[in-house]
Design a protein around this ligand. Structure first.
Ligand SMILES: NC(=O)c1ccc[n+]([C@@H]2O[C@H](COP(=O)([O-])OP(=O)(O)OC[C@H]3O[C@@H](n4cnc5c(N)ncnc54)[C@H](O)[C@@H]3O)[C@@H](O)[C@H]2O)c1
Ligand SMILES: O=c1ccn([C@@H]2O[C@H](COP(=O)(O)OP(=O)(O)O[C@H]3O[C@H](CO)[C@@H](O)[C@H](O)[C@H]3O)[C@@H](O)[C@H]2O)c(=O)[nH]1
Length: 380
């Protein structure tokens, strides 16, 4: 039996592993975390995060081929494939503070893997990391490898909060990057076989390591750029009498542009866009590409501009803020006891800030989107 261990029982690790477990009954999946309360919650009736469909998936396979444990070292030692899905927030101190990704958690996980492993491992980067992270991780793992062969893969996650299970069941694509060596390609194939249990082969993209790592940051940057573009346009709409919803609809009908991610809003929130673009900007700067760095920085600048406009154009800020502060994506998504997406949706609908364009979510992903949008107000 293939054994998978995932380090990090968070928003990505928990749901992703639950879906692998339900789709691959012959694989044993253990999700480990240093946080006992988090693991206790995964083992309880009240999961640490709320996502539509997640409870049913966990209940169907927990105790059969899906386990949650704090015995990190034991399960890492026993695993064939180790996913690392730890948090990679923006650095607050040291070189690159305020921009670069903080890889402390990742490095500590890698050191632990190197310490406890006694057999060959495939180590999968599930966390969002800067391009070339695999090179640094490889050095940590092989520093004193005791003859163990490590293959590092990049397999970034594209799920959005609010639609995690739907996104995992039917991903637009699964991306797997590996070394272009026979060992690297064998590892890519092994991970591909896991996803092939439910993802059509044409939707599993394999690339080199660096392309996979960079594609995750690029995807978020492109998505956020669309939002900043439409938000910038909303300012011009207000100045000219055009209606931003009508403009979005009209341009989204162009099949080359497409209708998604064109909703003007109070600025994007969520846990990833800002940190991932900052990270991208930092990487560009480090690679001597200031023009490219400035280009992506502008996406954040427009977002800040939109956030500041939203606080000044609201005629009745207190009522907007009162409604919004009842829900944030982290708390409503991450705790089953917090408000549900539908509760957040009705809160979003109750905003009364003309002439500010009312946020309207695109069909099918309304929960996550509406809820995430509210955080921006909350954080003002
Ligand atoms: N949240 C999302 O919607 C989303 C989507 C795609 C990608 N990502 C990326 O996935 C990664 C994880 O995000 P998340 O939202 O799941 O984070 P999270 O904060 O919800 O979970 C991370 C978990 O890792 C655990 N952890 C940290 N260091 C550990 C260690 N050494 N050993 C064991 N456990 C450890 C923490 O205790 C925590 O429970 C990040 O890089 C993020 O950018 C997030
Ligand atoms: O037309 C739109 C669509 C979204 N948003 C806002 O954009 C933010 C992000 O929304 P969404 O993408 O739905 O949620 P996230 O959970 O932040 O997911 C993003 O970030 C994840 C973490 O990297 C990626 O995995 C996902 O693919 C990516 O969509 C929210 O504040 C939304 O309100 C808008 O303002 N207008």
């Amino acid at each position: 039996m293939v054994k998978i261990c995932c380090i990090g029982a968070g928003y990505v690790g928990g749901p992703t592993m639950a879906v692998i477990a339900i789709k691959c009954p012959a694989i044993e999946v253990v999700v480990v975390d240093i946080s006992k309360p988090r693991i206790d919650a995964w083992n309880s009736d009240t999961l640490p995060i709320y996502e539509p469909g997640l409870d049913d998936v966990v209940k169907a396979c927990r105790g059969k081929n899906l386990f949650f444990s704090t015995d990190v070292e034991k399960h890492v030692a026993e695993a064939d494939i180790i996913f690392v899905s730890v948090n990679t927030p923006t650095k607050t101190r040291g070189l690159g503070a305020g921009k670069a990704a903080d890889l402390t958690y990742w490095e500590s996980a890698a050191r632990m893997i190197a310490d406890v492993s006694k057999s060959d491992k495939i180590v999968v980067e599930k966390s969002t990391v800067p391009v070339k992270t695999a090179e640094a991780i490889e050095k940590i793992l092989t520093h004193n490898s005791k003859g163990i062969n490590y293959q590092i893969l990049s397999n970034p996650e594209f799920l959005a909060e609010g639609t995690a299970i739907e996104d995992l069941f039917k991903p637009d694509r699964v991306l797997i990057g590996g070394r272009e060596t026979p060992g690297g390609q064998k590892a890519v194939q092994a991970l591909k076989e896991v996803y092939a249990h439910w993802v059509p082969e044409e939707n599993i993209i394999t690339t080199n390591l660096w392309s996979a790592e960079l594609s995750k940051l690029a995807a978020n940057a492109f998505l956020a750029q669309r939002i900043s573009s439409v938000n910038a346009m909303s300012a011009l709409c207000e100045a000219t009498g055009a209606n931003v919803s009508e403009v979005s609809y009209a341009i989204g009908k162009d099949s080359r542009i497409g209708p998604k991610f064109l909703n003007a809003s109070v600025g994007f929130g969520g846990s990833c866009f800002q940190k991932d673009i900052l990270n991208l900007v930092y990487i560009c700067e480090c690679n001597g590409l200031p023009e490219v760095a400035n280009y992506w920085k502008q996406v954040i600048k427009i977002n800040d501009y939109q956030k500041s406009r939203s606080s000044t154009t609201c005629r009745s800020p207190p009522s907007c803020l009162t409604a919004a502060t009842s829900s944030t994506p982290r708390s409503s998504g991450r705790s089953a006891s917090s408000s549900t997406p539908s509760a957040s949706r009705s809160t979003a609908g109750s905003r009364t800030c003309p002439p500010w364009p009312k946020f309207t979510s695109s069909a099918g992903r309304i929960g996550g989107r509406a809820r995430s949008g509210l955080t921006v107000i909350h954080s003002l």
